[in-house]
Design a binder for this molecule. Sequence first.
Ligand SMILES: Cc1ncc(COP(=O)(O)O)c(C=O)c1O
Length: 386
Amino acid sequence: MTDATHLRPDSLVVAAGRPPRVPGAPVNPPVVLSSTYVGVDTPGPDDLLYARYDTETWRPLEDAIGALEGSHRRALAFASGMAAISATLAVVPQGGTLVLPRHSYNVTLVAARAHAEQRGLRLVEVDIADTDAVLAALADAGQTPVLWLESPTNPMLEIADIPALVAAAHERGGLVVADNTFATPLAQRPLALGADVVVHSVTKYLAGHSDVVLGAVVADDERLWTTIKTQRDVHGGIPGPWESWLALRGLRTLALRVQRSQASALELARRLEGHEHVLEVRHPGLPSHPQHERARDQMSGFGSILTLRPHGGPAAAAAVAANVRLWVPGTSLGGVESLIERRRRLPAEPATVPEDLLRLSVGIEDVEDLAADLLAALEAAARATA
Ligand SMILES: Cc1ncc(COP(=O)(O)O)c(C=O)c1O
């Protein structure tokens, strides 16, 4: 691979994970379709053996994501964000304590509860924005707790005080894992803020086109990296070569996409706040967000997600999602297309998420078209539910 690690993030997304620059070489890495490799009796640490362990199609993507998160080690690619998260949950020691946001991504909560039941873990679900409450949970957690962070949380957009919480977890010999899917490494770098492991649903912003499901884990520490890789080796939650290649192709435009969608999200949040049909808008970039200052301190962008609660309750929220024409009603986020979803339509969503809350993932369309479409849908919803 070419060495791109000295570059700034916006250049890294373009330059990392390219083949060596020699005459006649392709500028893009090839897709290699092979389940096994010609072997030698005593393989070296970098030799490829078998495609469940390591492949040359994963490596460029893993190099790029590892470098973007500021790790000296390449990332580990997984079949999905959930495969990455499940492998990482295995670092919680048997009988240990896992402290995690009560508004984590709902399937992360399901996975954490299953681990807790099967492996005798103590699970403490906290309001991650309430630093005192999290510090109290850590103080009560015994030795080597694992603190799981999502910041912003999905979908409540709560912001954790990452440096303070990391310091408290480390004081107790604990580990900190951060799901950086919402922020992306362009807006937040959890390793630089002290976290030990970063997980991603690459499906979202990193791949960016809603055409691939893939996950990644970044860990700088060799022992942790190896533990998580062993989980991948034995459970086999590996991505296919096409998906890895597509994710890297998508990553090339991450900086442009995020720049555009973040600017549009903030603009839309500003316009919607105080609108006659809107009860509440939440976005970390709005001064009215309860942790706006904290987001300013630890993030270099506010993300491209906002939440919206229309007047008229859940029926009005459902009507907004049903009446958009440009926005796509559907789950997921981080694609080039803008998506809107009433989160409580999903049975697994925590009951503390309001029934009328719409999560909006802002894409890269013209912000005027996005605003016009949304305002027309709000108008139609208000008429329908009057
Ligand atoms: C914050 C977050 N983490 C993890 C996941 C899971 O990722 P995947 O769908 O790629 O398994 C999601 C999916 O929505 C998510 O929003």
